[in-house]
Ligand binder design. Structure first.
Ligand code: ADP
Ligand code: MG
Length: 255
């Protein structure tokens, strides 16, 4: 049974999409069968994995509104071992269109249930909000992985996110667990990054991944080439660190 991980943080620009793309791809490179689901109308995960998101027949939006089947929205082997359900700006309309739909919190879950046994991992990239799209992601997920950017306001909003996860667990998905937090954009040249890591470790009662993702320009460049970091520049510090994160995720799953 595939382990389903939602990458979430309502703050924008903290490295959710970068983590979702590269964790998916590094897991696939290690021989895991992976499904990546883009739940952000910006569609950056889709384009970052090489999909021409504005010229696809179907996206996750069509799935949510019942206009396409899960088989139709799947882009098989976008990369070896990695299938993708893409998104584009159409998805921004879903929230309102689904307002009257019964069980709208569970649409994604019910669809993904049909195919999860084909995968070792399903990675969901959430939008920067606590919207219906994020709720659908969290009802589908087994765990939530929270990227935290190593900057001064790192902890801001985190308690709200954790409350939301607890609320979803209480009301909508009793199996939901916190996967843990992963630090991103660590800058070894500044004391600030180090202080943020220490401060979060002292104040947050959550699993914290040992792998810390450094600030690495190659990670920012790779999406414009439609490639994950391990294919764009496998020897970069960004690629090395996401490979290590993938190892840790696999190891945690085996425990
Ligand atoms: P989110 O999905 O949380 O909004 P992104 O993953 O899109 O965040 O990252 C925001 C910006 O920061 C993007 O331009 C991305 O390329 C860049 N970025 C993310 N992680 C890193 C990193 N480790 N090093 C350098 N740039 C990064
Ligand atoms: Mg994003």
């Amino acid at each position: 049974m595939g382990r389903i991980i939602a990458v979430a943080n309502q703050k924008g620009g903290v490295g959710k999409t970068t983590t979702a793309i590269n964790l998916s791809s590094c897991l696939a490179a290690k021989g895991q069968k992976v499904l990546a689901i883009d739940m952000d109308p910006q569609g950056n995960m889709s384009s970052g994995l090489g999909i021409d998101k504005d010229n696809v027949d179907y996206t996750v939006y069509d799935l949510l509104i019942g206009e396409a089947t899960i088989e139709q929205v799947l882009h098989k082997e976008a990369i070896e071992n990695l299938d993708v359900i893409p998104a584009n700006i159409d998805l921004s309309g879903a929230e309102i269109e689904l307002l009257e739909t019964e069980n709208k919190e569970y649409i994604l879950r019910d669809e993904v249930l049909k195919i999860r046994s084909n995968y070792d991992y399903v990675i969901i990239d959430c939008p920067p909000s606590l919207s219906m799209l994020t709720i659908n992601s969290m009802t589908t997920a087994d765990t939530v992985l929270v990227p935290i950017q190593c900057e001064y306001y790192a902890l801001e909003g985190l308690s709200q996110l954790i409350k939301t996860i607890e609320l979803v667990k209480e009301r909508l998905n009793e199996n939901l667990e916190m996967e843990g937090v992963v630090f991103t954009m660590y800058d070894a040249r500044t004391n600030l990054s180090l202080q943020v890591v220490e401060n979060v470790k002292d104040n947050l009662d959550q699993t914290i991944y040992k792998t810390i993702i450094p600030r690495n320009i190659r990670l920012a460049e790779a999406p414009s080439h439609g490639l994950p970091i391990n294919l764009y520049d496998p020897r970069s510090t960004g690629a090395e660190s996401y490979m290590l994160l993938a190892d840790e995720v696999i190891h945690k799953g085996e425990e």
